[in-house]
Design a protein around this ligand. Structure first.
Ligand SMILES: [Zn+2]
Ligand SMILES: [Zn+2]
Length: 163
């Protein structure tokens, strides 16, 4: 595949993904809506070691969560663009904001989650097929079963980092 590269809006941070992501989320939860100021967030889930920081520095911003589990957004230390998140204190996986990638349009969602709180004008399924599954993205009111939706190769990658 082509190497996906990304940057913040001021250009201080540049990074690239050294492989395809394991899975792609489109999250419609109210936290993501507030944190992005938009209708949903698009995240590419990938091993932290496959996110190569080419230049610049990020700064972590812990977010309040309903569950009490940690969520830290890494932003450009200069301009504040959100680049990726770590959830649950798990440093091994990053949720990379797909809008920061130069090739954002090549990563359509594999699943729509927390659609119970989606904006009423968002019509789902949105068409197309998921970036890693190659199938139309299921629409889930809340979360989903990873073992059921992730491709076998992605499950193997996940097992390699979490055991
Ligand atoms: Zn920046
Ligand atoms: Zn969310």
């Amino acid at each position: 595949m082509t190497v996906l590269s990304g940057s913040c809006s001021c250009g201080a941070v540049k990074f690239r993904l050294t492989s395809a992501p394991m899975f792609v989320h489109c999250c419609h939860c109210t936290d993501c809506q507030r944190q992005t100021g938009s209708a949903f967030v698009l995240n590419a889930l990938i091993e932290a070691e496959r996110v190569e920081l080419l230049q610049g520095a990020t700064r972590g911003y812990p977010q309040p969560t309903d569950s009490g589990r940690p969520h830290v957004i890494q932003r450009c230390a200069d301009c504040g663009t959100a680049l990726w998140s770590n959830y649950g204190g798990r440093e091994q996986v990053r949720f990379v904001r797909i809008g920061t990638l130069n090739e954002a349009g090549t990563l359509p969602p594999d699943v729509h989650i927390y659609t119970r709180s989606k904006q009423p004008w968002v019509k789902l399924p949105g068409g197309g097929v998921g970036a890693t599954t190659g199938k139309p993205a299921p629409v889930c009111e809340e979360y989903y079963e990873i073992a059921k939706l992730w491709p076998p190769e992605s499950l193997a990658r996940r097992k390699a980092i979490f055991g």
